[in-house]
Design a protein around this ligand. Structure first.
Ligand SMILES: [Zn+2]
Length: 703
C-alpha cells in the first residue's frame, strides 16, 4: 500500500499507562494516479457539486458532500456550460429525483431556451443523451434548464440531484473522441482550459512536488481556513512547494491548464509528520508464550450483548470469564457488515478492497496472507469447523487448514444452522486425534444468526414478552421484524431481541463446555483464545433489522478478546479492527507477521483509521472511521453517491450528518473510496449453484 495513514487518534487505555510512540513518517502520495479518479470539471461539462462549478450554477443549486453532485428544490434549475471548441454533438445529463415514486417525475430539458425533450427522472440517476444540430450551441456559455412538469407534490418539494452535465464535442467521422483529461504513459495530459481537483490529507505542513513538462497550468491549494497557495506553473522547472496549514485536516488542490494545454509529469504529495502522535496501548504479554490458538468467531454477535462489554443480562458468563483473564478491546470496527468479507479480513489481516471478497461468491485473493498458512508453516496442526455457507472452503477460506469442515445449513435442522453442540463434538473429536504438536483451531458458530432456535434452557431463562401473532408464527421472526418496526409494534422488537439474547446464551454455554474439556486435557493453560464476531445485528436502530444493510455501529461494532489463563485483565478503548487480529495473534505467539498484512499488532500500536463496507444489497455502503469522525458513502448501483459525516463523540448513534462542518473531508473520503476500488483485485467468483442460491435466499442474503 503506497498510502499510509496519518495517525490522528489518541488511544485511551485503562489498566496500563499509555506511551506516546512516534508516528511513522508518511509516504509520498502519487496524485497523478488519483487525478483521473477525481476529475471534477471537464472542458465543456461540469459536475455541479464541484467547487469549480459554482459560477456555472443558478442560485437554486446546493452542492452535496460528495463534491460531485448538487441538488435543487426549485421548479426550474439552470446550469451554464462552456461550448467545446469543435462544436457540440450531444448533451449528456445524469440526474435523479431521489423522492420520486415509481412513475418518475417528467422533466423538460432546455438548451438556450429551446426544448430538447422531456425525460422521466426516477429515484436513481440515469444518463440521458440529446443529439444536437449544428448552431444549437453557440460560442461561450450555453444555458441548460430543467423544468419539472409532473407530480405537483414532488415538483414542489422533491429535490433534483444532478451528477454531471456534458456538452460532448463534435468529432470528425471515424476519429476517436479525446477526453480533455487523460492519462498517457504515467503522465496527465490536459487540453486547453481543462481543470481537475484532488483532495489532500495534510498535517501542519507538507510538500507538493510538481513537474509540468509541457505547457502551463495554474494551481490553487485550499485548506479549511482559505487558500494556502496560488500560483502559475511553467514548464521545464520541476518544483517542490512547501505548504503550510494551521493544523492537520483535509484540503484541496485545483489545477487549470493554460491556453496551450499542459502535460503534468509528476505530482507528488507528502504530508510532513506533524500530526499528533498516537498514544498506543502498552499491553502486557503473557509471561509465557501460549502454545495453541483457539479462534472463535461467533456470527452476528453484537459487542453490547456481552457482560464484559456492559450488558447486565448475564448472557455470557464464559465469555466474561475469558475477558477477566485477557485483553478486551472496546472499540472494534468490523471491516464489513456481513459474513464473507468480514471473516476474510479476520483470517488474512487485510481489508476487503485488498482480499477481494466484496460480493456474494467472491473468492479470497490468493496473494494475501492466511493465518492458517502462516501457523501451518510454523509447525501447527490446523483445523476449522464452520457453520456458515459464506465461509465455505471453495471461497478460499480453507487455505492453509489441514482439515476444513463446513457443517452445512439445512432445512431439516432445528434453527437451520449446525448447532454449537455439533461444532463442539467435532472439535473434541479432532483434538482427540492430535499428537503433541501445537494447534490452531478455528470455530465459526452461527447461533446468533437468524433464524433463532435457542436451547430450551436458554429460552426459558431469556425469552420474554408477548409478541403479535404475525411475528410469533413467522418462519423467521427476524425477517418479519421490519414490518413490526413499521407498524410500531414494540412488543415484537422486545421479543425478537430476547430470542437473539437466548441464542447468545446458548453459544456461551457451549464455550463453557469446551473450556472445561480443554482444562481436563491440560491444554487450557497454554491456549490463547481469540474471541470475536464477523459483524453485528440491527434491531431497528436506523429503521432496519438484520445486517449487511449499513455500516452503522449496530452492524459493525464487534467484540474482540484475547484471553489466556493467568493473564491480567486489561482493557483498551483504542480503535481496533478485524485486520489487526492476525498480526496481534502472531505477535503474541512470537511469530513474524507477513509484510502484506495491513493490520497492526494491537499490543504496541493502534491504527488511526478503519475501513468498512457492505455490498450485499442493492444500495452499497462504504465507511471510514478517522478518529472521532466517521464518513459513510451510500451508493445505488446505478445512481450517484451521497456522503455523510458523523461525529462519533457527540453523536454515537450516528443520527446527525455534519459534513457541512468538515469541508473537504467528504471529498477526500470519496476520493479514497474510488482509489481503493481502482486497486481492488478482481478475484474469481464461484459459479452459481441452485442449491446454494436457495440457502442464501432463505438466509436473506439475496434480494
Ligand atoms: Zn455473519
Amino acid at each position: 500500500m503506497w498510502w499510509i495513514s496519518q495517525i490522528v487518534l489518541v488511544g485511551l487505555l485503562c489498566g496500563a499507562s499509555p506511551t506516546v510512540v512516534a508516528a511513522a513518517s508518511t509516504a509520498e502520495v502519487d496524485l497523478l494516479r488519483q487525478a483521473p479518479l477525481t476529475t471534477s470539471v471537464l472542458r465543456a461539462g461540469i459536475q455541479p457539486g464541484s467547487r469549480l462549478a459554482k459560477t456555472s450554477l443558478g442560485a437554486e443549486w446546493e452542492p452535496l458532500a460528495d463534491a460531485a453532485s448538487a441538488r435543487s428544490f426549485a421548479r426550474r434549475s439552470r446550469v451554464d456550460l462552456a461550448a467545446p471548441p469543435n462544436g457540440a454533438a450531444e448533451l449528456l445529463v445524469s440526474c435523479a429525483v431521489p423522492d420520486a415514486d415509481a412513475g418518475g417525475v417528467r422533466t423538460s430539458v432546455m438548451l438556450n431556451g429551446r426544448r430538447l425533450g422531456i425525460i422521466r427522472l426516477t429515484a436513481e440517476a440515469r444518463v440521458a443523451r440529446f443529439p444536437l444540430k449544428p448552431r444549437m450551441v453557440g460560442p461561450g456559455r450555453n444555458r441548460v434548464e430543467f423544468k419539472k412538469e409532473s407530480g405537483d407534490a414532488v415538483a414542489g418539494t422533491g429535490a433534483l440531484v444532478c451528477n454531471f452535465l456534458v456538452l460532448r464535442e463534435a468529432v470528425a467521422e471515424g476519429l476517436p473522441y479525446t477526453p480533455p483529461i487523460r492519462e498517457s504513459a504515467g503522465q496527465l495530459v490536459l487540453a486547453a482550459g481543462a481543470k481537475f481537483e484532488v483532495f489532500l490529507r495534510h498535517g501542519a505542513t507538507g510538500r507538493m512536488a510538481v513537474d509540468v513538462c509541457r505547457g502551463t497550468a495554474r494551481l490553487v491549494v485550499d485548506g479549511v481556513g482559505g487558500p494556502v497557495y496560488q500560483g502559475a506553473l511553467a514548464s521545464g522547472s520541476p518544483q517542490v512547494l512547501r505548504l503550510e496549514w494551521s493544523g492537520s485536516g483535509f484540503g484541496l488542490a485545483g489545477f487549470e491548464a493554460g491556453p496551450e494545454g499542459a502535460v503534468i509529469c509528476r505530482l507528488g504529495w507528502q504530508a510532513d509528520d506533524d500530526a499528533p502522535a498516537v498514544a498506543a496501548p502498552v499491553l502486557q504479554r503473557p509471561d509465557h508464550e501460549p502454545r495453541n490458538v483457539l479462534l472463535i468467531v461467533i456470527d452476528t454477535l453484537r459487542a453490547d450483548r456481552l457482560g464484559v462489554y456492559g450488558s447486565d443480562r448475564d448472557l455470557t458468563p464464559a465469555m466474561d470469564a475469558l475477558g477477566a483473564q485477557g485483553i478486551v478491546f472496546e472499540n472494534v470496527v468490523a471491516q464489513s457488515a456481513w459474513t464473507s468479507p468480514a471473516t476474510a479480513s479476520i483470517l488474512t489481516g487485510t481489508d476487503p478492497t485488498t482480499h477481494g471478497v466484496r460480493r456474494l461468491g467472491d473468492t479470497i485473493d490468493t496473494a494475501v496472507p492466511a493465518l492458517a498458512e502462516v501457523l501451518g508453516a510454523n509447525g501447527y496442526a490446523t483445523a476449522a469447523i464452520t457453520t456458515n455457507i459464506n465461509v465455505r472452503g471453495e471461497l478460499g477460506f480453507d487455505r492453509g487448514f489441514a482439515k476444513y469442515r463446513y457443517l452445512p445449513e439445512s432445512e431439516s435442522r432445528e434453527g437451520f444452522y449446525a448447532q454449537a453442540a455439533e461444532v463442539q463434538a467435532e472439535a473434541i473429536a479432532w483434538l482427540d486425534a492430535q499428537s503433541d504438536r501445537p494447534f490452531f483451531l478455528y470455530l465459526h458458530l452461527s447461533e446468533p444468526h437468524a433464524p433463532y432456535a435457542p436451547s430450551s434452557e436458554a429460552a426459558r431463562r431469556f425469552v420474554r414478552g408477548r409478541p403479535s401473532d404475525e411475528i410469533r408464527t413467522a418462519p423467521d421472526p427476524m425477517e418479519h421484524l421490519s414490518e413490526s418496526l413499521v407498524a410500531g409494534r414494540d412488543e415484537d422488537l422486545a421479543w425478537v431481541r430476547s430470542l437473539y439474547d437466548a441464542e447468545v446464551a446458548t453459544v456461551d454455554a457451549m464455550l463453557a463446555g469446551l473450556r472445561e474439556n480443554l482444562k481436563s486435557r491440560g491444554l487450557w493453560a497454554n491456549t490463547l483464545v481469540v474471541l470475536t464476531s464477523d459483524h453485528g445485528e440491527a434491531f431497528g436502530e436506523h429503521g432496519v433489522a438484520g445486517h449487511g444493510h449499513s455500516v452503522f455501529a449496530e452492524e459493525v461494532q464487534v467484540p474482540l478478546i484475547f484471553g489466556w489463563e493467568g493473564a491480567p485483565a486489561q482493557r483498551s478503548s483504542a480503535l481496533a479492527r478485524q485486520i489487526d487480529v492476525l498480526p496481534t495473534t502472531l505477535d503474541l505467539l512470537g511469530i513474524a507477521v507477513p509484510a502484506a498484512v495491513e493490520g497492526v499488532s494491537l499490543l504496541g500500536e493502534t491504527a488511526g483509521d478503519a475501513f468498512t463496507e457492505t455490498r450485499l444489497h442493492r444500495v452499497e455502503k462504504a465507511g471510514l472511521v478517522l478518529g472521532d469522525l466517521k464518513v459513510i458513502r451510500t451508493q445505488g448501483r446505478t445512481s450517484g453517491s451521497q456522503m455523510a459525516v458523523h461525529d462519533l463523540r457527540k453523536d454515537p448513534e450516528e443520527l446527525n450528518d455534519v459534513a457541512g462542518e468538515h469541508p473537504y473531508l467528504a471529498g477526500w473520503a470519496a476520493q479514497e473510496f474510488r482509489r481503493r476500488e481502482s486497486e481492488a483485485p478482481a478475484t474469481p467468483r464461484v459459479r452459481k449453484d441452485p442449491a446454494i442460491e436457495k440457502r442464501l435466499k432463505m438466509l436473506g442474503y439475496l434480494d
